[in-house]
Design a protein around this ligand. Structure first.
Ligand code: HAM
Length: 458
């Protein structure tokens, strides 16, 4: 017996030693839940980010960048002290000045803080901002769930109109369409306003009361502080109870019901399909009225690619005036996984509109023409290698340029040239001053879906 005890003791000493050694080695690795982004993935991300910023700019959004860390209180008040993010997931530290700071776990609270601090309420409304920022949450690592991850997001301040809700969803729909992403489902719900939520909370408490003792620890707390969040619990028993819980939609006040009906009718008008999900509540406490998610079955258990909604009380909650808001954030890593699962290139890499082929005597003219066409918004390539005409045509082919223009001495002297379409070899004789307009018109006609295959692995 004592030999066995001795053996057990020895095993435990050795295993402690191994664990400590392992940890020492592990500490030299990237922290758990973080990832190195290597050139190939960085390229895919750039393509995504380019498409996103392009779409946002076309919808009239301007970019905002806010600090990586904020005073902890901002997230406690903004995201809500009953949320899982604030209760369990924040990277909080005390700085040398004894301030409690937190690495941003999400973007909306920081952007709303900047709205207040920078006096954006005096800007023409609505104030429309987009961002591309890394976020930090202490979460259990799994596919599509990291401790440092990136979000592309949009926030609109100053409009309480359902048109604003529909337009941010419309923006997302355009973004997904331009990426070539299909099979992403939009789920929407309305969680009402503080006025109608009181009755709903009462109804939920009544519904859960007989079973709450058997529910998970978190739900005990949610029952007291915010029973709405019980609908979102992933524990098997709690999840099964949520299926028969009363629906918020039956408790909406007139204003919230009309608002939600309008959001749905605007989506119908824009032919954006959606599924009503009365259990959709979102994990952050600032939401009011419309909430939505884009979900997919491809990203495993982390099926939510994007989440958002209206947050009419947030700006006031963090010390600003009473300004409504609506927005969303989408997870870049989940989007990349989804694109991979659907076998869609990670982004739209543009083909050149034109390749200008030249001779040594006209190389400078080609450079000059390319410069003005590029400035007009076209993608134009020209030879800077002194290659033969044949080699330049080969290069144009390899780049999949739509057109080639051969700029010789005659073309320069008469200021006309032959624009040759590479797909069918057809040629048009055009003044050089008209080339830009022609190519812009041609671009408009082409589908936006012409992309280069970029495969990726996460
Ligand atoms: P959220 O639902 O917490 O909302 O996050 C938005 C998206 O970020 C999720 O749908 C998911 O794609 C991604 N995401 C969240 N956590 C992780 C993680 N640990 N690893 C990888 N991706 C993750 C918000 O953050 C709100 N601020 C959205 C918003 C903006 N609502 C209104 N405006």
């Amino acid at each position: 017996m004592s030999v066995l005890k001795c053996f057990d003791g020895l095993v435990s000493v050795i295993s402690d030693f191994i664990a400590r050694e392992m940890e020492a080695v592990m500490n030299l690795n990237a922290p758990r839940g973080t990832r190195d982004i290597l050139p190939e993935e960085a390229e895919q991300r750039r393509a995504l980010e380019r498409t996103f910023s392009d779409v946002c700019e076309r919808y009239g959004f301007g970019e905002i960048r806010v600090p990586t860390f904020e005073h902890t209180e901002l997230f406690v008040r903004g995201v809500g002290d009953a949320s899982d993010i604030v209760r369990k997931e924040m990277y909080t530290f005390t700085d040398k000045g004894d301030r409690s700071l937190t690495l941003r776990p999400e973007g909306t609270a920081g952007v709303a803080r900047a709205y207040v601090e920078q006096g954006m309420s005096s800007w023409p409304a609505p104030v429309k901002l987009w961002y591309n920022m890394n976020m930090f949450r202490y979460e259990k690592m799994q596919k599509g769930r990291y401790r440092e991850f990136w979000q592309l997001g949009c926030e609109v301040f100053g409009s309480d109109s359902p048109q604003a809700d529909a337009q941010v969803i419309g923006l997302l729909d355009t973004f997904f369409a331009e990426l070539g992403l299909e099979e992403v489902d939009l789920e929407i719900n309305s969680i009402g306003c503080p006025a109608c939520r009181t009755d709903y909370h009462k109804a939920l408490r009544e519904y859960y009361a007989p079973n709450v003792k058997d529910m998970c620890e978190d739900c005990h707390e949610r029952y007291e502080r915010n029973p709405l969040r019980m609908l979102d619990c992933k524990e098997t028993y709690c999840h099964s109870l949520a299926q028969k819980a009363p629906s918020q939609l039956d408790y909406l006040c007139d204003e919230c019901r009309v608002h939600f009906d309008n959001v749905k009718s605007y989506l119908d008008m824009m032919e954006i399909s959606y599924r009503l999900n009365a259990r959709l509540v979102r994990g952050l406490d600032y939401y009011t009225k419309t909430v939505f998610e884009f979900v997919s079955s491809h990203v495993g258990t982390q099926g939510t690619i994007c989440g958002g909604g209206r947050y009419d009380g947030l700006v006031r909650e963090i010390g600003g005036i009473d300004v409504p808001g609506v927005g969303f954030a989408l997870g870049v890593e989940r989007l990349l996984l989804e694109l991979d699962a659907q076998n869609v290139p990670a982004g739209k890499v543009q083909r050149p509109d034109l390749f200008i082929a030249s001779f040594p005597s006209t190389a400078a003219n080609a450079l000059d023409l390319a410069q003005s066409l590029i400035r007009s918004g076209l993608k134009v390539e020209t030879d800077v290698m002194g290659r033969s005409l044949k080699a330049q045509f080969k290069a144009a082919d390899r780049m999949e340029a739509y057109y080639v223009l051969v700029l010789g001495d005659t073309e320069v002297s008469i200021s006309r040239g032959k624009l040759r379409r590479l797909s069918d070899g057809s040629e048009q004789d055009v003044p050089l001053t008209a080339v830009g307009t022609l190519l812009h018109n041609d671009r408009k006609k082409r589908s936006v879906a012409e992309t280069e295959e970029v495969r990726f692995e996460l």
